[in-house]
Structure formats: C-alpha cells, structure tokens
Design a protein around this ligand. Structure first.
Ligand SMILES: [Zn+2]
Length: 558
C-alpha cells in the first residue's frame, strides 16, 4: 500500500475484529514479511512493531511510503482472508492496514485479478477496475470475492439492482432462488419504506457455515443443494433474509456502541438482542409476508425457539442484555462446557422478546401500530436524522412512544432473568402456551450417556438433577450400575423399570481415577411449552392474529 506521511513516525494498524463477528481475530499474527520504503525509490525506511497490531514507520522527511506485506489466507470463512487456486476472499479487516487517526481518509484498491477470474463487491469501481471507498469504514465493510464466479439472474426492486455471485453454488434452480429473494427484499423495503443503497450484492463464498452483513452486501457460506426440499429451502431463505435484513437492523438501525467502530479493541454492547434477536424475528416474518412459508411454519419457528429457550437452564442465570455484552468471551466455538448451563443465546431469547414486544404494541394500540413502526421510527430518527445509533434508554423511549404505554414489565425481561409471561403477551394474538408441569413416568437421573466401543460415557448432566447432586460430570465413564456391567440396556432399565426414590450405585471412571457414586433417582417434571391457538378469541385478539400472520395483507401472484 502507498500513503502520504509526515516526518517523524507514523503508526499503521490492522484491525483485531470484523464488525458483525464479535470475536477477536488473529489478523495481526497473519501479517508477514512487512517492509517500508520511500515510494518509487529503493530507500528502505526503519520500522518497528509498536504493539500487537501496530507497525510504526519512521521517515526523515514528508513523502509517500510504500508498505509491502504478505497475509496468510488459509481459512475459508466469512471473516477470514482466503486464497487457493480457484478463488480468493478479501476479508477487508484481515488485509488492509489503516493509518492511526486517519480512518476518514478516502482509499482506492487495485486488484491484480488473475486471468479468467471476476471480482464481486459492494464497492464502486472506476473504469479501469480500481475500487474506491469514501473512508476506511466503508472499505472495512466491503469484502471482495474473486474467482470463476457464477452470477445468478439479477433482480431489481424500486429500480435498484440485486446481484448474487457465488463459488461452487451447487445444484439447484437459480431462478427460483432469486425470485424468492426478490420477494424477501420487496417485503423488507415495503416495511421500511426506503431502499438506502445503489446496488446490493450477495457473495456466496462456497459451502460452509456463517454469514456476515454489510451496508450493501453480505458474505455468506452458501450451497443451494437441496433447495427443492421445503425444510432446506426455508432454512436457507431464513438465513439469507437474516443477513439481508441486517443492512437495516444493525448496519443502519444500530446501538450507539456499534459505530464508529473501535477496530483496535472491539465494540461491546448490551443491545445485540435487538440487533440479532429482532433480525431473527424479521427473517421469519419477512418469509411469511413474501408468501414463502405458511402461517403454521411461522408459528412453529417461534414455538421451537420458545421450547429451546425454556428447556435450557441458562434462563435462570443470565439476562439477554448480559448475554449480548458477554458474547466476546464465548470463544471461537461458541458456548461450551458448563457455560451451556449458565448462559443463554440472544439468538433465542432475542426473537422471543421481539415477538412479545410486537404483540404488546399491537395490543396497546388497538392493532394500529406494531414493531414495524418502532423499526421505522429508529431508522428515521437515529440513522437518517441524527446519523448515530441509539442508547438503551433511547430504544426504550422510542418503544414506549410507539406503544403509548409504559413498558416496565417488558424491559424487566431484557435486563433480568424474570420468567416470561407468554400467556399474557402471546395471548394478545389469541395464542396460549401450555406451562403445566407433568410428571414423566419412571426413574430420572438427569444424565444423558453415549454408548461407544462397549463403554458408557456421560455426555450431559441436567442442572440440579439427581446425577448433578451426586457430583457426576460430563465425560465420566460409567463402569457398573448396581453391581452389573454398564451397557445401553442397564442404563435404559434405570429409567424404565426404576422408580423415584431408588438408590442407584455407580462405579465410575474419570480423569484416570476410579470412583463410586450413589444417587437417588427422582421424577422428571416436564413442561410441553406447546403453543396453541385459542378456540374462542376476542375480536382484538383475532384482528391481531390475522395481521401478525399477514393473513389479510397478501399480495396476489406471489
Ligand atoms: Zn445476524
């Protein structure tokens, strides 16, 4: 790279994260063979590594410097740089150094594109192919995909083109995918009443997991294989709708902490339940409004999240605001070990809260307003009006203004672990949730075990279960049950032929040590959390249900 500098020293830095992926990355460690010289000469300049992410370059006189370095690009992932014989993914935060205090400078990127390859990106380009960005925030928000790309048939919404370029996209009907995506984009644009970009690009980097949202593009791991199967198609469209809707919710409608970004440290916020949770909520709602899933599909996707959330124990320990703030400490493989028992996912509780808030607003306004109005308000007031994000307090104020009533109970659900009153909130739309605890027949230990190569290994221990009380940990091998060699059958018979109150003696083996444990079997209490439609809803309940499932707003022909 080349850059004008002053006499003295100048710090060049590489980010340590990519906005949208809330984990510290090893970008600094992947930079190798750094050199600095006076541009168009062979005069080397002295430099030193001032800290993990900083290269400090010294110059005796002002002028233009040439910085050269290599970047290790071995991981095929939406937040990592990648290069092999047939494709490259230029993850911008992994590649481009920025000059300290000069993030606002305009920047141009020239790419030596290999013969037969194409480049796809949300950035604008000059006639000679040079890519341009108004500042480093835009540059860092604009990945580039290179290779022998396949371009699916583009579509236009309000005259704005939408492209999908992909590597190895698999075997499926491209026209069907793009027509479905068009429906999703139209539903989102109709809801927000604006289309804030000049073009939008889906970048399919190849099969895998994950996606990251940007202002006018998204990089997604993508394979269309299986698209003809409804379950596969719905999941894929939900994922693409999620990344797409993020250009509104998180890139533009955003918590105040998420921009300007701190590329050197990462930006923490307790509002990811809004940015991620409300986006999950709308990725389902938009599929329904586009006529791509049924009312039953819509209800079942939220009912499934409700069951998952309620069947975990993390709900007793961690609020959704705390889960948002703590996401940076999850590590590269997400929540593992005992963290699973003590934490929640804002991808689960977030959409449940979005659902409840939506129905609360509809109920409080006689179905005149909804969460859509809140999203439009935040977009107009903060993104378009104030050019900044909102604080926790401002989000709450906007929500209460739209609802026209105080929302103390609702925000208690955000900042505490108070149990969610589903029957009140979902009841606004004529739904009921079965919260009655039922005794499951047989003896209960709370252990789940895996049988492999003649050994029985504990994989999960339910919180406060008999096995938990007896101090049994995941990873323990069970050798004997009540004096008999442990097998799949003996483990099964504890449950089927035992009773609550039975004493179960186990010979165990863990971390090189044999041991003995006795536990007293209990009874398992189960709540079905089943969501059903009320048989005799009131007029407002029915009205809210109809508009929520988009029953009365279907456009013909789609
Ligand atoms: Zn997301």
């Amino acid at each position: 790279m080349t850059c004008r500098i002053e006499a003295g020293y100048t710090d060049f830095k590489i980010p340590v994260w990519m906005p949208g992926y809330y984990q510290l990355m090893d970008y600094p460690e992947n930079i190798e063979q750094f050199t600095a010289s006076v541009y168009t000469t062979t005069d080397s300049l002295r430099w030193e590594r001032a800290d993990r992410q900083t290269w400090r370059v010294y110059a005796n006189a002002p002028g233009t410097v040439l910085l050269q370095y290599k970047v290790k690009a071995t991981r095929q992932f939406v937040a990592s740089a990648f290069l092999n014989g047939k494709q490259a993914f230029l993850a911008p935060t992994a590649l481009y150094l920025y000059r300290q205090d000069h993030l606002q400078d305009p920047v141009a990127v020239q790419i030596d594109v290999p013969k037969g390859w194409q480049a796809a990106t949300g950035l604008d380009s000059l006639p000679d192919g040079t890519l341009t960005a108004g500042d480093f925030d835009q540059l860092y928000d604009s990945p580039v995909l290179l290779g022998q790309l396949e371009s699916f048939p583009a579509f236009f919404v309000r005259g704005v083109p939408h492209y999908f370029l992909a590597i190895d996209p698999g075997n499926f009907d491209r026209g069907a995918l793009m027509s479905d995506l068009q429906g999703i984009v139209e539903a989102a644009v109709e809801m927000m009443g604006d289309i804030p970009y000049k073009k939008y690009v889906f970048l399919g980097i190849g099969p895998g997991m994950g996606g990251i949202e940007h202002m006018n593009s998204t990089a997604v791991s993508f394979s269309g294989d299986g698209y003809e199967k409804p379950a596969v198609r719905n999941r894929m469209l939900g994922f693409l709708a999620h990344e797409y809707f993020h250009h509104f919710n998180v890139k533009r409608i955003r918590p105040v902490e998420l921009g300007p970004f701190d590329y050197g440290k990462g930006s923490r916020t307790s509002q990811l339940w809004i940015s991620e949770g409300i986006t999950v909520y709308y990725n389902e709602i938009l599929l329904r409004r586009a006529g791509l899933i049924s009312a039953d599909d819509l209800l079942e996707s939220f009912a499934g999240m409700l069951r998952n959330y309620e069947n975990g124990t993390g709900k007793l320990f961690q609020s959704v605001a705390q889960a948002s703030f703590d996401t940076w400490s999850d590590g590269p493989f997400g929540r593992t070990g005992d963290l699973i028992n003590k934490t929640i996912s804002y991808y689960e509780k977030g959409p449940l809260l979005a659902w409840m808030l939506d129905l609360k607003i509809r109920h409080a306004t006689n179905n005149k307003k909804s969460l859509d109005d809140l999203m439009r308000r935040l977009y107009q007031e903060y993104y378009k009006g104030k050019h900044r994000g909102f604080t926790d307090t401002e989000f709450r104020q906007a929500a209460e203004q739209i609802a026209g009533v105080p929302l103390d109970e609702f925000f208690g659900y955000v900042y505490t672990v108070a149990p969610l009153n589903y029957n009140r909130y979902l009841g606004y739309s004529a739904l009921a949730v079965d919260t009655a605890a039922v005794v499951v027949p047989g003896a209960w230990t709370g252990m789940k075990a895996q049988f492999r190569r003649d050994s029985v290994r504990v994989t999960q221990v339910a919180w406060e279960s008999p096995a938990w009380q007896a101090g049994i940990l995941p990873g323990t091998v069970i050798l004997q049950v009540n004096g008999t060699t442990a097998t799949a059958n003996t483990m099964d018979s504890i449950r089927t032929s035992g009773r609550a109150g039975d004493i179960i003696r186990l010979e165990t083996f863990r971390e090189g040590k044999a041991g003995q444990r006795a536990l007293i079997a209990g009874s398992e209490m189960k709540i079905s959390w089943k969501v059903t439609k009320l048989k005799h809803p009131g007029a407002l309940q029915q009205k809210i249900w109809n508009s929520w499932v988009a029953e009365d707003s279907f456009r013909a022909g789609r």
